[in-house]
Design a binder for this molecule. Structure first.
Ligand code: FE2
Length: 294
């Protein structure tokens, strides 16, 4: 199919220009083909498809209210329409695999992975997995190791939302949110978290084993919510050269100084700040921190 996109502001090189864009035989052309399909882009930006490497809007589609699950096939279809309507043509769904019951449990992750395999040919966006392994979810390691060699390959992030919660002594606002997502009471959630916390000595070994499996599979690794340059260095040593959602400017700067990728949230930019009251993405971008996506 040949196209002529007219009237829009097109991203060309380093900036936007008011120029038509012709695509002939799948490549940019200096002039439109005679039978090109014309698209009226007046008032719009014209830019390449956006690659979203960490989206979790699908979680809202999977569970629009606490304890109200929706079939993953339906959630995937709904989110796919939302993605392409917003210009995202490659999406990595941030699939949390946790020790929690409810939304982020291992059984739900298995169902989601299976549903994505079934649905992928029917989705408009190139839809992939960003596996968010909770590092205290030891029982999930065998499944995740299996998914590392899937086609297309996932990316894998080391998530630890247990340690900060315990260290903050289960701040009430967070605990209520986590418990609602898990479909259990706050007291029950806290008891489960304490069981996990008692096994914290096993976590470094689990992380090292998972990192080794991922490196062997050639999977891209990300550190998540890193709080210090020291933590960055620890995950760097494991092969995670992408620093996702650094919690402090020093951590982001350490990543940049090492020539690594820094990932910050688009909602952070749009909303004018971090929902966690940590690094402000917009000012960090102005300071030149994150790498451009490549
Ligand atoms: Fe996080």
């Amino acid at each position: 199919m040949d196209w002529l996109i007219e009237g829009g502001s097109a991203l060309m090189g380093g900036g936007f220009a008011d120029t038509p864009v012709a695509i002939t035989g799948g490549v940019f052309a200096g002039r439109p083909a005679a039978q090109a399909t014309r698209i009226d882009a007046r008032g719009l930006h014209v830019l390449p498809g956006i690659v979203d490497i960490h989206g979790d809007a699908f979680e809202v589609a999977l569970m629009p209210r606490p304890r109200v699950p929706i079939a993953p096939e339906i959630a995937l279809a709904a989110v796919d329409r939302q993605l392409v309507a917003n210009g995202i043509t490659t999406a990595f769904h941030g699939l949390s695999v946790s020790w929690e019951p409810g939304l982020r449990c291992l059984a739900n992750a298995r169902a989601f992975v299976a549903a994505l395999d079934t649905m992928r040919p029917h989705l408009a966006a190139d839809t992939r997995l960003h596996l968010r392994w909770e590092t205290f979810a030891f029982e999930a390691m065998a499944d995740i190791t299996g998914w590392l060699t899937a086609d297309p390959p996932p990316i894998l992030a080391f998530n630890d939302h247990t340690t900060p919660m315990v260290e903050a002594d289960y701040a009430a606002r967070k605990l209520d949110k986590m418990a609602a997502r898990a479909g259990i009471s706050g007291a029950a959630y806290r008891a489960l978290a304490e069981e996990r916390w008692a096994r914290r000595a096993e976590v470094p070994g689990a992380i090292a084993a998972m990192a080794a499996s991922a490196r062997a599979a050639g999977v891209t690794l990300l550190g998540h919510d890193e709080t210090s340059p020291r933590m960055r260095a620890e995950f760097r040593a494991l092969g995670a050269i992408t620093c996702e959602f650094p919690m402090t400017l020093e951590t982001a700067e350490a990543a940049r100084a090492a020539g690594e990728h820094v990932v910050l949230g688009a909602p952070n930019v749009m909303r004018g700040g971090s929902h966690n009251n940590t690094l402000d993405a917009a000012s960090a971008v102005v300071d030149g921190l994150p790498h451009q996506a490549e």
